[in-house]
Design a binder for this molecule. Structure first.
Ligand SMILES: CC(C)(COP(=O)(O)OP(=O)(O)OC[C@H]1O[C@@H](n2cnc3c(N)ncnc32)[C@H](O)[C@@H]1OP(=O)(O)O)[C@@H](O)C(=O)NCCC(=O)NCCS
Length: 152
C-alpha cells in the first residue's frame, strides 16, 4: 500500500467513481472543476493505492477557525466497496495524521455519518455533543422569525 496526493487532471478524474459512491451529487463532467475550485480554498485529495489501484480516498482541508484553531478537516473519506474492512481507511487516516503532525497541525476534525461512527470510535476519535445542522437559505421558517422580530 502507498499513499499520495492526487493532483493531475487524469488522476482526479479517475477518482470520480469512488467519490460518487460517497457523494451522490457528484457528476463526472463537473467533478474536476469542483475539485480545482475547492483547491483554491486549501482542499486536497489523497489516496491509498495498491499498486496503481485507488482503494481509499480522502478529501481534506488544512484550516483555522476561532472555535478549533489550526486543524485538518476531513471532508470526504471513502474506501471502495470491495476493499472495505481491510484496513485501508484507517491506514489512510493514520498517514494523514502523521503528515499533519509533522506540519504542526495537532488535531483532526470531521463530521461523521451515523453509519461510520463505529469506525471512527474504533480509531479513537472522540465524538462531540454538538451536532452539525443545516437549512435551505430560502426556507420560509427563517423569514417567519424575522417578521416576528420586526413586528415586536
Ligand atoms: C467508513 C469507511 C471509510 C471505513 O473504511 P475501511 O477501509 O472499510 O475501514 P478499515 O478497514 O480501515 O476499518 C478499520 C476498523 O474499523 C472497522 N470498521 C470499518 N467500518 C466500520 C463501521 N462502519 N462501523 C464499525 N466499524 C467499522 C473495521 O472492521 C476495522 O476493524 P478492525 O481493526 O477490528 O479490523 C468505509 O466503510 C466507507 O467507505 N464507508 C462508506 C462511506 C462512508 O461512510 N464514509 C465515511 C463518511 S463520514
Amino acid at each position: 500500500m502507498n499513499f499520495r496526493e492526487i493532483t493531475s487532471d487524469a488522476d482526479i478524474q479517475a477518482a470520480v467513481p469512488l467519490m460518487s459512491s460517497l457523494r451522490d451529487r457528484i457528476r463526472e463532467e463537473t467533478f474536476l472543476s469542483e475539485v480545482r475550485r475547492q483547491q483554491i480554498e486549501g482542499y486536497r485529495l489523497y489516496g491509498a493505492f495498491e499498486g496503481d489501484r485507488l482503494v481509499s480516498l480522502a478529501g481534506v482541508r488544512r484550516t483555522h477557525t476561532l472555535a478549533r484553531g489550526e486543524h485538518l478537516f476531513v471532508d470526504d473519506l471513502v474506501t471502495s466497496a470491495e476493499d472495505r474492512g481491510k484496513g485501508y481507511g484507517q491506514a489512510l487516516l493514520a498517514w494523514l495524521a502523521e503528515e499533519s503532525a509533522r506540519q504542526g497541525v495537532a488535531r483532526i476534525h470531521l463530521d461523521s455519518r451515523s453509519t461510520a461512527r463505529g469506525f471512527y470510535e474504533k480509531i479513537g476519535f472522540a465524538f462531540a455533543t454538538s451536532l452539525p445542522c443545516s437549512i435551505d437559505a430560502d426556507n420560509p421558517a427563517l423569514r417567519r422569525r424575522n417578521e416576528k422580530t420586526s413586528a415586536g
